[in-house]
Design a protein around this ligand. Sequence first.
Ligand code: BGC
Length: 515
Amino acid sequence: MAPLKWWETATIYQIYPRSFQDSNGDGIGDLPGITSRLDYIANLGVDAIWISPFFKSPQKDFGYDVSDYCDINPEYGTLADFDEMIAKAHELGLKLMIDIVPAHCSDQHAWFQESRQSRDNPKADWFHWVDPLDDGSAPTNWLSFFGGRAWSWEPRRQQYYLHNFLASQPNLNHANPAVRDALTDVARFWFDRGVDGFRLDAVHTINADEAPYQDNKPNLNFVPGPMPQDQQPFFRQLHDSAQLNQPAIQQFSEAFRAVADSYEGDKFLMGELHGDDPILASQTFTAPGRLHATYNFNLLEWGGLSVAGLKEAITKAIGAFNETGRLTFAFSNHDVPRVATRQLAPLGLTEDQQEAMQLLLLKLEISLIGSTCIFQGEELACADIQDIPIDQMQDPWGIEFAPIFLGRDTCRTPMVWDSKAPQGGFSDANQTWLPVAEAHKKRAGLEEAGRDGSVYQDLAAFLAWRKTQPAMMTANQMTEVTGGETELVFDRISETQTLRCRFDFENLTASFEEI
Ligand code: BGC
């Protein structure tokens, strides 16, 4: 059996740069701030970091709207700051992954600025430009994920362009090989600077401008639900562009993989696939020569999961493991309420049980086959902040749908490092981009790192122990998930060890026994 690659068992710490550590007093986190906290991350014992986008961007979607993929947004620092950060990460034994957004860019990107000018400029075909219908309306009834229509009007071209997210995030046209080439140049730029891999954003929304565009059909059984997309009867049904498995996605994945394979040192490509059927995803997205792993959404359920729900979610995901398909699990990220918040209510727990629950969930996801992404603050058992006043909200998705839906600010508030320092040690500014959470002050990072029995310390001990377990580190084998109503049980198996892993949701404890 071939030895496992680093990313097959990696625990990856996700940093949301805007909220991690501010070094220059502007109230916004930055790259030198991250560099100054790398020891804290390395001491936890994780293998890698993934940093959400810090590229040049007007920040309409906080970096997921890139205006230059090969430069740093000034509020986050400079390329020299990046070089310093990656050098220190590598010195500390941490791999560094960055977040590339291949499906769309910012309307401020030079590509779009040129494309929108006319129907015959050199970039004319880099986006999805479509003529209006005879009555002047948009080509289809498709809706944007962030609200409103997925088409916006460009008077210079007298055409509509497509955007799955904000109107300021036009979809790139992946039918055009020049777009693919430009993005693989971006991959080379960052691999040359030493990055160890990419998280590829919203891979499922990569698309080609394939006419004829067809309307989604009305859903006759439509009942509005709690999420914005559940309130839009035509949202993502039959024909809109967010369908899995367009050939353009796979061509893109193959091109990126060829670039990754041309570098030494096991570069890692992890594709975010929302709404995925994990089995279909592994058969297609991680087929040989494509992505290494899909970032799986089964555990990210917005409303939280019961124990039975967890069992089902894991069973479904694990079914996707095959010769090539690999998975990355996550319970929290910058797009969903933190797991400490989600899991308290459905399981009927009090806030006091938050720490035990958080540790249990971390141990569970890290014990599964595949890699794991933990989100900044999970090692502190931070829950979400529920009381951000509407006039201080920042997330465009939340602003569009508030107050029925509050968006993603609740999980994006700044890290608290030191309960006694102004702004919890996050920033010297009087005002930070999102308010620092009072409730997080009793979970300050530096204090928790030094406190016996904290989630940080218990997680660090668990990660160190795991590295010594052949069943966890040398083979991708796991039995099906069993257990009574309040527990999850499975075995991890290697040639030399079988480890029974038991997660008890009644007592909120995890135990591991060699059998
Ligand atoms: C990212 C989001 C972002 C969206 C559009 C996602 O999947 O994680 O934060 O808003 O892609 O780029």
